[in-house]
Design a protein around this ligand. Sequence first.
Ligand SMILES: Cc1cc2nc3c(=O)[nH]c(=O)nc-3n(C[C@H](O)[C@H](O)[C@H](O)COP(=O)(O)OP(=O)(O)OC[C@H]3O[C@@H](n4cnc5c(N)ncnc54)[C@H](O)[C@@H]3O)c2cc1C
Length: 488
Amino acid sequence: MPAKTGQQYIGRLKQANNNVYIHGERVDDVTKHPAFKNAIQSMAKLYDIQYEKPEKMLYTSPTTGDKVGKTFMVPTTIDELIERREAIMEWQSFTKGLMGRSPDYLNADVMAMGPASEFYAEGDPAFAENARNYAAFARENDISLTHTLIHPQVNRAKIQADQKDANVALQVVEKNDQGVIVDGIRLLATQGGITDEILVFPSTVKKSGELDDPYSLAFAIPNNTPGLKYLSRESFEYGENRYDHPLSSRFEEGDTIVAFDHVLVPWDRIFVLENSSICNRAFAETNAVVHMTHQVITKDIAKTEFLLGVVLTLMDSIGIDGFQHVKDKGTEIMLTLETMKSHLFRAEHNAKLDKWGMMTPDFQALDAARNWFPRIYPRMAEILRILGASGMMGIPTHADFNNKEIGPILHRAMQGKNVEGYERVQIFRLAWDLTMSAFGSRQTHYEYYFFGDPIKMGMAYFDKYEKEVYKSQVRDFLSSQQIQQVNI
Ligand SMILES: Cc1cc2nc3c(=O)[nH]c(=O)nc-3n(C[C@H](O)[C@H](O)[C@H](O)COP(=O)(O)OP(=O)(O)OC[C@H]3O[C@@H](n4cnc5c(N)ncnc54)[C@H](O)[C@@H]3O)c2cc1C
């Protein structure tokens, strides 16, 4: 089947009728519900873009000859790697990097499962076949995915097996002829219930060996599998008016707690079963993490470009762009953008064929970028907030401007250096929705925790960084000075 259209994506969601709950109620039709329908429209637009720009977004399937999504393409040359990234960038230019779980993110993960499928044979040769088949199935059917990696936050000082209710986290409870029955909770599935399927993978920090095995699983199942429930947080979309809520009315993806109530996972959908060692190595050894990071850094660049554009437009609108510290703050964002672009360039141009036959970007460059961005993103949001000052709160609505009595007052009161009140407020509402509304502050929180806890990631980064080369330079330098040792 060729790549899907937006209409097909929506049609599948209607048909699937996934179990999604919000505000204490089951949602009848996510495609019509105010909390989900606009995010679904944006996702549909992404699928439509595949057909608006087929040269950029589609390629010929290696198995069926159908035109399928290029974000599933296994790159074998640097040119293909760049082509794949350009398709990702096309989607990111539409979302401005604000839908962190647009399909390209998990498509990168699934893509790597194909060539690297033999990795999963370590648990069982059948699991390798499952991984291979799933990668092809997802590509040929343009499957949209949500995913879940982590256990509930009960008591982080204890390993899962020692929790007071150890059964709260997702685990295997039974095996039978058809498959494995799993039960328990997983967090935190962004876009839960508004995709076709869920990918359950482990987080890569299970350090208690066999004690972690019951919780160490990887599989994929349709979102309407009996017993699977998505418990959605309240929506941060406060209205459909694009003037009032320019971003949250388009890109509010939603986050969900995932409850598995004795859910059957068929044998042919299992990739890892009760093996923490394999789980801990899966992302790294299949190079899925490298391809996912390649997508993420592309998203980060699109997001930084947009944020820079908003900052510059805002500066201009109230005439602060000539002040020294204001310029310096703009420079901070420019430097971030240029640095991220350099990381991406280095990653792509130093790419090498890995042992699975995938052209794989230089992870040193991507790893630096993915460790740095969560640290710098909150600062960029802060810069926008600082420069916007009172303007971030002086944000009347479209309805206020339309009111005969107060509209003209506001239009005059809110005027900018070279824009009228209505236009200036539009810029500030955009800045507010990007950084300060519930949607905007989630963006900051999201970026901070995108790849996991940045503190733990930083520690892991430090531990595996090649330090000896730098220490030896210092040793050589000191010894080259030939200073006589003082006899004490
Ligand atoms: C908006 C948003 C969307 C998300 N979307 C997804 C998604 O789509 N799919 C998905 O799988 N996950 C998703 N996540 C989850 C994300 O992966 C986690 O938030 C991240 O891995 C951190 O884990 P945690 O939230 O359990 O934090 P915790 O591990 O509970 O950490 C909480 C705090 O305690 C500290 N802490 C915890 N343990 C230790 C320790 N041993 N030593 C020192 N300090 C410690 C941490 O530093 C942190 O400050 C999302 C998160 C957010 C915020």
